[in-house]
Ligand binder design. Structure first.
Ligand code: GLC
Ligand code: CA
Length: 562
């Protein structure tokens, strides 16, 4: 068995503050809004809140562009509000994980303001500046948000690197002063008593020296340069240093957002004994259906077999060596029920099935705000309703530069836009879903009259009550946290079944990922003399034999085998 740790036993709830709850009617969620909803979260039963960035920011990328790491964004409140929030959380036994965005800053950060002033400014080397090459950008890297990854700056006649928006210049981690500043800032927050960090695109901080051109595979002008900055040459050195200088002095949850990592990379970063972080967010399962490298597509792998292959590899490879994080959605992804389940007639059943999946795997579950009531994607009629910089850039590039059909591009936006997850949390059926008394910064999903927290709490058969029960079960049953995972029926195209085993304790998890009624046949070798049904999303006859079960659409059952 792997070693025990609080961050393995907890359930994390992710808050995207701008869309969570607005306490003062300006249409923007805020810290006092979160404060007012802590009892709701306590009721749900979660142990930890991961708070997306609340630092000072001009909001080009909703807080992922930070202009002051040690203060709070005006729209969200003050540092005093934040202190109060932390105290009230801790009073309720809820821990706080803050977002750490140190691959880049805002272009309004004083370091960058200094840096762009002159080529010999002491802060010049805090960022990555290069002269033009043959009258063009220093290399052919593409920004993850579209266009070149370089922005020309008139004042000094050079380009700076930005892997994301042009208002998010990349920090130069080669510079020891940058690292020192980052570590001091982290320590400042840890001293305030926070319980960990979620580290934004942390595996992009080390760039290959020389910043080479990407060998062109297509006629496009810019190309994804991941091979020169994903898990770059000094990544482990930097993370190890960060651990040594800061993290090792605290008992904290640290989760690295690490696009494109393999299980081997993840084991290196998070190894039980030698790792620098406690876990990472991997993206393989999300990339099965995601838009990759700026490609405009709705390609969707509806193949459960692919999902099983990916998840099983992560479960098995990390067993006893490192620790998984488990999630199906966040603020950058479409809604999980729309992407992996059915947001039509089987919304409730499939949302419960997916919740069961997330909570029954080995790893720390992350619940994204609104998923606990089965919130869905949204389909705004016009691109002008969208707020996300990545969505807007993608649309503009597709329509204006590539000349694609706007209606077709809008379909991609509907399926993939990050704003799907960023519409306000639907609290009740009153105007603006009870999110604000003013005009929300982004429109509410019109389905709020049917899907909202008030309704979910009052209906004992709602998605909310399934989440609540799953979280409680996890707390009561160490096998759910620590048990070994074994896949069953590996080649079944509709049923995802597995066992979890800890010493003598064994659970059987049966999930129907389809609208159909496939038959579950108990594999040979799984024996039991008695069963206990822990949770299900349909009525189940407690005496039903497990040898053959005709499953209903998106049915989920968890049994203890005794
Ligand atoms: C991460 C964040 C995303 C942000 C990007 C740049 O992927 O999750 O929201 O846009 O990094 O900071
Ligand atoms: Ca507000």
């Amino acid at each position: 068995m792997t070693k025990r740790a609080w961050w393995k036993e907890c359930v994390v709830y992710q808050i995207y503050p701008r869309s969570f709850y607005d306490s003062n009617g300006d249409g923007i969620g805020d810290l006092r809004g979160i404060l007012q909803k802590l009892d709701y979260l306590k009721e749900l039963g979660i142990d930890v809140i991961w708070l997306c960035p609340v630092y000072k920011s001009p909001n080009d990328d909703n807080g992922y562009d930070i202009s002051d790491y040690q203060d709070i964004m005006d729209e969200f409140g003050t540092l005093a509000d934040w202190e109060e929030l932390l105290a009230e959380m801790h009073k309720r036994g809820i821990r706080l994980v803050m977002d750490l965005v140190v691959n880049h800053t805002s272009d309004e950060h004083p370091w960058f303001q200094e840096s762009r002033r002159s080529r010999d400014n002491p802060y010049r080397d805090f960022y990555i500046w290069r002269p033009a090459k043959d009258g063009q950008e220093p290399n052919n890297w593409r920004s993850i948000f579209g266009g070149s990854a370089w922005q020309y700056d008139e004042q000094t006649g050079e380009y700076f690197l930005h892997l994301f928006s042009k208002r998010q210049p990349d920090l130069n981690w080669e510079n020891p002063r940058v690292r020192e500043e980052v570590y001091n800032m982290m320590d400042w927050w840890l001293q305030k008593g926070i319980d960990g960090f979620r580290m934004d695109v942390i595996n992009l901080i080390s760039k290959t020296p020389g910043l080479p051109d990407v060998p062109a595979r297509t006629g496009d002008r810019y190309h994804f340069g991941g091979q020169y900055f994903v898990n770059g040459p000094r990544l482990m050195e930097f993370l190890t240093e960060m651990k040594q200088k800061v993290l090792s002095r605290y008992d904290v949850l640290t989760v690295g957002e690490t696009p494109l990592v393999t299980t081997q990379d993840a084991i290196e970063i998070t190894h039980e004994d030698t790792g620098a972080l406690t876990m990472v967010f991997q993206f393989e399962h999300m990339d099965l259906s995601a838009e990759t490298g700026g490609e405009v597509t709705t390609r969707k792998s509806s193949r459960l077999l692919d999902l099983k292959t990916v998840m099983s590899r992560w479960q098995e490879d990390l067993e006893g060596r490192a620790w998984n994080s488990i999630y199906l959605g966040n603020h950058d992804q479409p809604r999980s029920v729309s992407q992996f389940g059915d947001d039509g007639p089987y919304r409730v059943q499939s949302a419960k099935m997916l919740a069961t999946f997330v909570h029954m795997l080995q790893g720390t579950p992350y619940v994204y705000q609104g998923d606990e009531i089965g919130m869905t994607n949204v389909a705004f009629e016009s691109i002008t309703e969208y707020r996300d910089v990545a969505t807007r850039n993608m649309y503009q590039e597709a329509v204006e530069e590539k000349g694609l059909n706007p209606a077709e591009v809008l379909k991609v936006v509907h399926a993939k836009s990050r704003d799907n997850a960023r519409t306000p949390v639907q609290w009740d059926s009153s105007e603006q879903a009870g999110f604000t008394t003013g005009t929300p910064w982004i429109k509410v999903n019109p389905n709020y009259e049917e899907i909202n927290v008030a309704e979910a709490i009052s209906d004992p058969s709602s998605v909310f009550h399934t989440y609540k029960k799953l979280i409680r079960l996890r707390r009561e049953n160490p096998v759910i946290v620590y048990g070994r995972y074994d896949l069953l029926l590996a080649s079944h195209a509709e049923i995802y079944a597995f066992t979890r085993t800890l010493d003598q304790d064994r659970l059987l998890i049966i999930l129907n990922f389809s609208k159909n009624r496939p038959t579950f046949d108990l594999p040979e070798g799984i024996s039991y003399s008695n069963t206990e049904l822990l949770i299900s999303n349909y009525e189940v006859d407690p005496n039903e034999s497990l040898h053959q079960i005709v499953l209903r659409p998106y049915e989920a059952r968890v049994y203890r085998l005794v």
